[in-house]
Design a protein around this ligand. Sequence first.
Ligand code: PMP
Length: 413
Amino acid sequence: MTRLSPLLKQATPVTVEYGQGSYLYGTDGRRYLDFTAGIGVTSTGHCHPRVVEAAQKQVGSLIHGQYTTVMHKPMIELIEKLGDVLPPGLDSVFFANSGSEAVEAALRLARQATGRPNIIVFHGGFHGRTVAAASMTTSGTRFSAGFSPLMAGVHVAPFPTAYRWGWSEEEATAFALRELDYLFATISAPNETAAFIIEPVLGEGGYIPANTTFMQGLRERADKHGIILIADEIQTGFGRTGKYFGHQHFGITPDVVTLAKGIASGFPISGIAASEELMSKAWPGSQGGTYGGNAVACAAACATLDVIRDEDLVENARVRGHQLLDGVRALATDVIGDTRGLGLLVGSEFVNADGQPDGAKAAAAQKLAASKGLLLLMCGAYMNTVRMIPPLVVTEQQIHDGLGIWKEVLAEI
Ligand code: PMP
């Protein structure tokens, strides 16, 4: 019998029969409240009827039309719809299939547009698993171990992580910006630096939101030195944080935004958005791919964006995000060192009696929650943060139910 690679360890014993809204239904006959959303993908919930209908209809008329040969209607429609939600000025898009590919597209664009080699990344960032994206990833050695040498030209600056450093947010931010300037003076001169790439909320790195002073500090330095500011919004985009894009919490506009996950409720499509002026600096032939902007995925993305708008899901993410964060904070026991988040991205960091990261307890909590019908994810360099990332359609009652299970889990840990 052929088996799935043992490399892919499954965190829960659940095999899914079907999904609906905020629930997954297992082959074991049980219903699971899904606070993983396929790692932040099923924004409109599982199998939203409007997304299903759009995809089914598209399958019957055109499955694949390759965009370097022909344009197709769902892509034209998606470009228009993205124009309604993207920040002003980011009026040109390019489509790929996965988040990692979008990150690589942004990297290529930044290097080609500036003629500079270096990329500054921020500690705890996650940008994907292809070799270039893994080279820019610093949220755990597991993401790049064993296949060095990685891509050259990547330099790491601190991300303000007040809790871990034991400082205030202001102290952590001032330190991080000072270290960035020191990095300019010692390792990567500004005129050798093509881009900053940053997640507005560290995802795999532990659900740590950036802050306004830090993001504005990056924007100022990018403007001063002609560096391209890339916001990796693959996890934070399309309403997840309670605004359409995570960077909008911080009063800045990036030069490039990466897009994936929540854009199409589970269909594989990703992309980058930039100004037309910047996008025109990509060298012909260097971007693209056979499946990028697949017609069915584009149709599903159009339906997803319509549902997000019509059901006011960005506002729902904001309101339900507060409910979830407040609820998780209120339940925290002494095994939780820190609880934080933005919108429907909420993390609880497990620590031992000495305040040190406790991945074993976090893993036990995840397992216990699954056994009680609540699916959760883990993150952080030490894999000691349990993250809750429900679909944007999650209801007040479902958050209440999830918190009820979480309370039981913490009582048993
Ligand atoms: N960037 C960020 C911020 C992500 O969260 C992810 C996926 N977790 C990626 C890039 C990579 O996306 P993919 O797994 O689709 O390649």
